[in-house]
Design a protein around this ligand. Structure first.
Ligand SMILES: [Fe+2]
Ligand SMILES: [Fe+2]
Length: 180
């Protein structure tokens, strides 16, 4: 795989780790409310800051616009679908947080489950269709330039913080899989 596309692919792996962690939460619902709430809040911050700010930002601001320039037909097709998904994800995460603030954990978990399933489907479409397409649309030089744009985006957002989120996703996954 081209190393520019690999960046996005690796970010998907990190997001899938967090999804995996979040899926373990269902079994813990009702056991320790304080712990459950903290875990959900950690995951909300991961999905907002990492999945949305670091990752979706690259797709929306850099990759998708460049793909549309190459092929106008893409603008109303799969890329629009991907952008609409990102907007839906933001709303869903807000509803998870609202439910948590209201201490309605069952509803929070239901919303979270919808979010996780939708995000997994979204990642599958990008991995299997969008990224494959991107690799064929651009020249090596164009992809190289895009890699610098990705790096600039990470620097702007904070590269150190990005790595902390990657470690957090891994830690949450391990903790939630192997706890009790
Ligand atoms: Fe996306
Ligand atoms: Fe993505």
């Amino acid at each position: 795989m081209n190393k520019t596309i690999q960046v996005l692919f690796d970010e998907h792996e990190t997001i899938v780790n967090a999804i995996d962690a979040a899926q373990q939460l269902k079994a813990r619902l009702g056991k320790n409310d304080k712990q459950y709430e903290q875990n959900v809040r950690d995951l909300i911050s991961f999905f907002r800051d990492y999945a949305d700010n670091y990752h979706h930002h690259k797709e929306e601001q850099i990759l998708f616009p460049a793909m549309k320039k190459k092929n106008e037909l893409l603008a109303d097709g799969v890329l629009k679908e991907m952008m609409d998904n990102h907007a839906e994800f933001r709303e869903l995460i807000n509803t998870v947080e609202k439910s948590i603030n209201e201490k309605n954990y069952i509803q929070a978990q239901q919303k979270l489950d919808i979010y996780l399933e939708a995000l997994l489907d979204h990642i599958a479409v990008e991995n299997d269709e969008v990224f494959q397409m991107a690799e064929t649309l651009f020249t090596e030089a164009e992809l190289e330039k895009m890699l610098y744009d990705f790096e600039d985006a990470d620097i702007e957002m904070g590269s150190g913080k990005k790595q902390e989120f990657e470690e957090l996703a891994d830690l949450l996954r391990k903790n939630l899989h192997y706890a009790d």
